[in-house]
Write a protein that binds this ligand. Sequence first.
Ligand code: OOG
Ligand code: NI
Length: 466
Amino acid sequence: MSFVTQTELRGRLARTLSDLYGTEVPAYTTLLDVAQEVNLDFQAAHPELAQTFGSIERVTAERHGAIRVGSTTELAQVASIFAAAGMFPVNFYDLRDAKPNPIPVVSTAFRPIDRAELAKNPFRVFTSLLVPEDRRFFTEDVERALTEFIARRVLFSERLLELAGASVRDGGLPAEEAAEYLELTAAAFALSDDPVDRDWYDRLEAISSVAADIGGVASTHINHLTPRVLDIDELYRRMEGRGITMIDSIQGPPRWDGPDLLLRQTSFKALSEPRVFAESDGSTSAGEMRVRFGEVEARGIALTPTGRSSYDQMMSLTDQRQAETGRPRAEVAREVWSANCPSGDRDLILADFAYFTFHAPLQGAAGEPPADLVAMLDGGWLRAEPIVYEDFLPRSAAGIFASNLSGDGAVDASQGETTRDAEWMSEHIGVRVLNSIDIYAAERQDSLVAALRSLNLDVHEITRPW
Ligand code: OOG
Ligand code: NI
């Protein structure tokens, strides 16, 4: 019988969940159509540029999902289900102190790590964990009720966890078991039609709609699935043209004349979905819930710590100038970027602002190579390729959460926070939460060592900007 590798399983998992979500949220299908149109048009107009951040096949199939869970036990199970498809936790995002809307969760994203795996299918899932212990959001009583409710529910069946364990152990699953794994995973992430306890849900919603979405129901679901586009501004216009109201802005860096940095995202509110509620008198009634939405993103180059701190400064400078002048944010941001951001690959490398891989062209330059990285690039001994940003941005994530919330919720800022970090998360889920900077830096270094070796040079013999 044929064997399905973790890589194949991931591709099929992405497709299975995308099909499921399409049946649940029809506007998502419209979004996929428009994203596809935008990508084809962009590719026709700019064939070279279209492949800068990954092959067109990769970009077309690319999705990120978002899910939310209630306890570290549930998160550890999610970690195992995704490890089965070659996806591992990368980065720790704390959204509890996000401004202006704090969200009572900490998050990570499960994704492939290796370049070759990312190229085959980069499916990633932003996964948020509720923090019921955080007193700024939840009183002791609510914490206890939440923890008990969550401990009682079963999100993932024994069988699914067993299959996931087998795939982790064996590097994939026999065909029949792979199909079963996909079916059970899809079922676990489908919107349930079980009645929702009205009083309990409302009690949580008064505190935070995210808390209600996570701990107010007995199952979990895909919150959104996000396709990638090559021109997000064009997508925004076309969606509005189809009568779908987008959120006010595109989160992240602005559109400008220079290179695409990191990640730009925008979203639209999904329509209300019918849900059955269990009332306190024992009756059931039809109701509506509006917790899911559509999101789309465009990806750019990964930034080094230097580039990232400049990015954060440019964002705050933009906030400050916008507050002072009241001018449109996109316009202010463009101005800030033009004045502060390196505007081409060479400058990005020279300022150690962004990550690239280095390659020695087959038809290299003639003569003796110079002992300096930038001079080698200038002289054609080496070629640089940008590394695409595979992760998320906490500020954008909080903005995406917030723009789709039904109410502001209640936060008691006088209470101390509960410490949560990557260490804490790693310990509680039994898998190391990686830092994406280490991954990008290693990739840059390995590519440079290999390229230089093919020119008979040692990496220690040349000077470079970092
Ligand atoms: C996750 C929000 C964050 C993103 O793309 O930054 C996110 C959620 O709503 O559960 O998906
Ligand atoms: Ni998202």
